[in-house]
Unconditional design. Structure first.
Length: 597
């Protein structure tokens, strides 16, 4: 996991330590104030008792009057000191409350800052297709696991940064001022600390078990909801609900098992604080400390009670964090690798300042592999329409993915992929989106406004360009008639628009900026008759290279040639069929149990 001690978080952690020391100082002020006030009150009470006894013996009138005058002056001075002491005590109490308030604010800022940084990395790794692709598991990672991280930072590290300085400072001062009391507090706390490592190991194992069951339950619920229509048609709602109940029962049992350990840890801290109180009372009974000292020590223990209770939750938060880290750490490392690789490509592109290959226009593909087989070469000129032809849908999808995500890799021989003269495999993401437009009926639409979705490839596109492109694909009237216009929000794959309008929007986005290579994957399957006519008109007149996949290519373009993805002869096609079948079987048999955690 990335370090917490970084950037502005360093100052937040230092602030927490300072707040812990301040609370310790204020707690000592409270304790000494209580001791001084009660000692002074006891002295005044003793003096008053002695005066009354003298008066009752019938002392001389002059002597009695002088004694009374002296006691009146002493009482007046003692009263002023008492009020000052009370003022200091109240100020210390308010100071402790203020310090706790600031501590909570700083702790939350520390935890949220760290989680904000890791959430971005987590989504980066998910977009980079690292780890389990289940929607339920991904949502669990982004919520439960990051919450466990935040709890450890905000409510685990923070008590260590504030409570430990408070407790250590108090015990250290007491060791010099009243060592028996310091020893009486130190012994119960030491016994509690000695037991914690064993309990921590148990809590970690049970936290991992709970996290694994929770991830599986989330994945199962997500898959069940997505397959809702099929479940209803099959009349299997009860069966699916029973399956959810079985997963939920495992989560409940695992949560209760974890609570047995974490609850015991919390009870230990409360018991340790109570034993400190018992030890102080024992010292008072033995005559080691007086009543005023007992009150001051009780005041200290009262201030320490809340930090001790916080420390009892540290073990729980720490073990939940360790269980979450077991899954998050590889994903965050993958995100860092993706970010580092993209920066490398950007720097290399800027340093080389590559120019297009002289005389090259269109698309050249050589040495590209998909589904474990090498594809036949392709050389297409601007204005050509190329049908992606394969008997295997998975191989077709793998080809499109390999084409759009091709990168140079030092460990393997990179394909030769030229788009309008530029080496596409070396280009960074910003250059790639200028070279290729992609529209697919298979891939869901992002969440956002129409303006944002259409200009996704070209964020600098002006409103006029977006409106013109929407008009070109037949969405102009729909957007103009909408009260929000270009600010209309689409979510859940394009809702509330229908599938035909969503397909038109995807087409508009791929066409914006007229990229030299346009890839269209089964977009015609979602279009109505007017949409098909518009698509055919646009593709027939498109100036760049068009790669398209369709079950009815003659409805999409008027003329085309096929790129035989399965091979150019019977032997190559047989090898492709065998390889694709083997790849599909391996993917189906793979069960990522570890990622289910």
């Amino acid at each position: 996991m990335p370090p917490v001690w970084r950037g502005k978080r360093r100052w937040l952690i230092v602030s927490l330590v300072v707040l812990g020391v301040v609370q310790a100082a204020l707690a000592l002020v409270m304790a000494f104030s209580v001791d001084a006030l009660l000692t002074a009150a006891g002295s005044v009470a003793d003096a008053s008792t002695g005066s009354a006894q003298v008066a009752s013996t019938g002392s001389a009138s002059g002597a009695s009057t002088g004694s009374a005058n002296g006691e009146t002056g002493s009482a007046s001075g003692g009263g002023d000191a008492a009020w000052l002491g009370m003022g200091g005590l109240v100020a210390a109490v308010l100071g402790v409350g203020l310090a706790r308030w600031f501590e909570r604010i700083v702790a939350e800022r520390l935890g949220q800052d760290y989680v904000y940084e890791q959430r971005r990395r987590l989504i980066t790794s998910a977009l980079g297709e690292f780890g389990n692709r289940s929607l339920g598991v991904i949502v669990t990672r982004a919520s439960n696991d990051l919450t466990a991280v935040r709890n450890w930072i905000a409510q685990g590290i923070v008590p260590l940064a504030t409570a430990l300085p408070l407790i250590i400072t108090v015990i250290a001062v007491l060791a010099f001022t009243n060592w028996p009391v310091a020893l009486a507090i130190f012994i119960p706390l030491s016994l509690m600390t000695a037991v914690l490592p064993f309990l921590s190991a148990m809590a970690h194992n049970r936290a991992r078990t709970l996290r694994r069951y929770r991830g599986r339950m989330s994945a199962h619920i997500a898959d069940t909801v997505r397959a809702g229509e099929s479940i209803r048609v099959a009349g299997a709602m009860r069966r699916e609900l029973n399956a959810v109940d079985r997963n939920s029962a495992k989560v409940v049992d695992a949560a209760v098992a974890r609570a047995r350990v974490t609850g015991f840890v919390r009870s230990l801290t409360v018991t340790a604080a109570s034993l400190c109180t018992v030890a102080v009372v024992f010292l008072a009974l033995r005559g080691v400390i007086n009543v005023a000292e007992v009150a001051s020590i009780m005041t200290l223990l009262g201030v320490m009670a809340t930090p001790l209770s916080d420390l009892g939750r540290v073990v729980e938060y720490r073990q939940n964090y360790r269980a979450a880290r077991h899954i998050l750490a590889p994903m965050l490392a993958a995100a860092n690798d993706l970010k580092r690789e993209e920066r490398r490509r950007e720097k290399a592109w800027k340093a080389e300042k590559p120019k297009p290959v002289a005389g090259h226009r269109g698309l050249t593909v050589e040495g590209l592999s998909a589904s474990g087989v090498t594809l036949p070469p392709l050389d297409a000129k601007p204005g050509e329409r190329i049908l992606l032809d394969s008997e295997h849908p998975s191989h077709l999808q793998a080809t499109i993915k390999a084409l759009l995500e091709a990168h140079h890799d030092a460990e393997t021989q990179a394909p030769r992929l030229l788009v309008s003269g530029f080496d596409f495999a070396k280009a960074p993401a910003r250059k790639r989106r200028e070279l290729v437009g992609f529209a697919s009926d298979r891939i869901p639409l992002e969440r956002g406004s129409v303006q944002r979705l259409v200009s996704y490839r070209d964020p600098n596109a002006i409103v006029g360009e977006v409106r013109w492109m929407l008009q070109r694909v037949g969405l102009g009237p729909r957007v103009d008639n909408s009260p929000a216009g270009l600010n209309t929000k689409l979510k859940n794959g394009g809702s509330p628009w229908n599938s035909a309008d969503v397909a038109r929007l995807k087409l508009a986005r791929s066409l914006l900026g007229a990229p030299p290579l346009l890839v269209v994957e089964h977009i015609d399957a979602a279009l109505d008759a007017s949409g098909l006519a518009t698509l055919r008109e646009i593709l027939d007149g498109y100036p760049g290279v068009v790669l398209f996949a369709s079950q009815h290519p003659e409805q999409v373009v008027s003329h085309y040639r096929a790129w035989q993805l399965d091979g150019l002869d019977a032997k190559a096609r047989a090898l492709t069929a065998a390889t694709v079948g083997r790849e599909s079987g391996a993917a189906a048999d793979f069960e990522p149990d570890q990622d289910d955690e």
